[in-house]
Design a binder for this molecule. Structure first.
Ligand code: CTP
Length: 403
């Protein structure tokens, strides 16, 4: 999945021949899953029509401070547009527009939005080779980079003037690749490895029967996807589940029993930065697993059980630098029991689920949790989707690395 998926992109188009390529650029943004709004300088409308871009972006296109349609006269709020965006891309960026951006000139909507933007701003220069090398153009590039804006360098090739050289706007595919690479390199968990357990475990009674539980695995899978979206590489050790993780950064290792989950976790634990135990591991397993299917005979039947290994506690006991997060499901003395678990299992953070809360628990899409850290700070959260709870958990991980 592209890092642009779900991102709100404001595309600013200024008046150069390369503006005709922005139709492809908008299409590529939409294909990557981004939301796009387009702002055009008046001059750019000579090269590509607003109708083309509004059709492709599925949004109205803005080019003046107010809507000139008399029946529907309305001020186009440049501040709202700027604050809406996760990133702004100015392509093509002509020498004229770049010079105005560098000097704070504000004589069209695109420039007003640029000056109001708080998000990262990228600009893709497009001009003839001598203009591209002119000291005043270089001065504009420099000033803009000093303001924190990011240049998408022009490419070499045939130019509209008939000359050949450096100055062509980067091809739309290359603009998208540039943005993806830049955004990925800045993801807060880039380079971090996270081990996550998910789902139930099944403990065999005989070849056809097992002891299991109703865990769907959803919470663990949501945590894995949130972590991957923040740039982490994830090893997701999951018991039997229907959940899927379609993300190249998530490696799913399927296991069945608690012992298998334990073995896989310990195989990877030494090499990870974070471990999150979201699995509902069976606490007990049959002492003897029958090699054959057990036939029904007596009226009563007893299975002797023994404890499974506590995976999370064993990770806590072997902890070096890993940030270790566990879950707790409690029905009474919740906070006190959770605090005891933090100490017993040597955790950095526990995510407490209370079955007393409506909307929390197995098989549903929402969860209500309380975070308790190893200093026993308690933070009670609202009822949220499991996806939002996953994001909150990953925010705790980010805080751990950056504060
Ligand atoms: N856990 C584990 N291995 C086990 C049992 C639990 O890794 N054999 C992990 C779970 O993934 C969860 C945490 O331990 O992160 C808490 O599990 P929970 O069932 O709430 O607590 P227990 O330690 O099993 O204690 P109790 O059932 O007595 O509350």
């Amino acid at each position: 999945m592209s890092v642009l998926n779900g991102k709100k992109i404001l595309l600013g188009i200024s008046g150069g021949i390369a503006a005709y390529k922005t139709a492809s650029l908008v299409r590529l943004f939409i294909k990557a899953g981004a939301h796009v709004q387009v702002i055009m300088t008046p001059a750019s409308k000579d090269f590509v029509t607003p109708l083309t871009l509004s059709t492709l972006s599925k949004n109205p296109v803005f080019s003046s401070f107010y809507n000139q349609d008399e029946e529907n006269e309305k001020w186009n709020n440049h501040v709202d547009l700027a604050l809406w965006a996760d990133l702004m891309v100015i392509a093509p960026a002509t020498a004229n527009t770049l010079s105005k951006m560098a000097n704070g000139t504000c004589d069209n909507l695109l420039l007003a939005v640029y000056l109001s933007a708080k998000c990262p701003v990228y600009f893709a220069p497009a001009m003839d080779l001598d203009m591209y090398k002119h000291p005043s153009s270089l001065a504009s590039f420099n000033s803009l980079q000093q303001y924190g804006n990011i240049i998408i360098p022009a490419e070499s090739g045939e130019l509209a003037s008939g000359l050949s050289g450096e100055g062509r706007m980067a091809e739309p595919e290359n603009i998208v690749a540039f943005l993806e690479a830049d955004l990925e390199s800045k993801l807060p968990l880039k380079g971090k490895k996270i081990l996550i357990t998910a789902g139930p475990t099944y403990e065999a009674i005989d070849p056809v029967r097992f002891i299991g539980n109703h865990s769907s695995g959803k919470m663990g899978f949501d945590i894995a996807l949130s972590a991957a979206n923040l740039g982490a590489s994830v090893i997701l050790v999951s018991g039997p589940t229907n959940c899927k993780a379609n993300n190249s950064l998530v490696q799913v290792i399927s296991v069945v029993s608690a012992q298998e989950m334990y073995d896989v976790c310990h195989q990877y634990y030494a090499g990870v930065d974070v471990a999150i135990a979201a699995a509902a591991v069976a606490d007990y397993k049959p002492k003897i697993v029958s090699a054959q299917k057990i036939k029904k005979a007596a009226d009563e039947f007893t299975i002797e059980l023994e404890k499974t290994k506590d995976i999370l506690a064993s990770l806590g006991a072997n902890k070096k630098n890993q940030f270790l997060i566990g879950f707790a499901l409690e029905t009474e003395n919740e906070i006190e029991n959770a605090k005891i678990k933090i100490q017993k299992k040597n955790l950095d953070l526990i995510v407490l689920n209370s079955l007393q809360d409506e909307g929390a628990g197995f098989g549903i899409d929402t969860n209500k949790v309380t975070f308790i850290d190893k200093e026993f700070h308690v933070e009670e959260m609202e009822l949220k989707s499991k996806k939002a709870v996953a994001d909150d958990i990953l925010n705790k991980v980010i805080t751990h690395f950056y504060e």
